[in-house]
Design a protein around this ligand. Sequence first.
Ligand SMILES: [Cu+2]
Length: 84
Amino acid sequence: MIKLLLFLNLFLLEPVVIDVKVRGMVCSFCAQGIEKNISKLKMVENVDVNLKKGFVSIIVKDGENIDMNKIEQIIKDAGYQILK
Ligand SMILES: [Cu+2]
């Protein structure tokens, strides 16, 4: 799916957005911590946490490869659970 999105991105020039479902984020401190740590990744253009819906929305920089392992590791290290 992600490869397909990247492929389409070459033609449409739309940003690639990844939504990760996360359990355990309850307040703005949770959101800020995750946003801060994920935004440090080179491939990340922008991070937005939706507390109500419980997901982390990541916009990938043009031309960067998506490393889901790194993203998931940051979320796990912060003490949250990823839902698939
Ligand atoms: Cu919190």
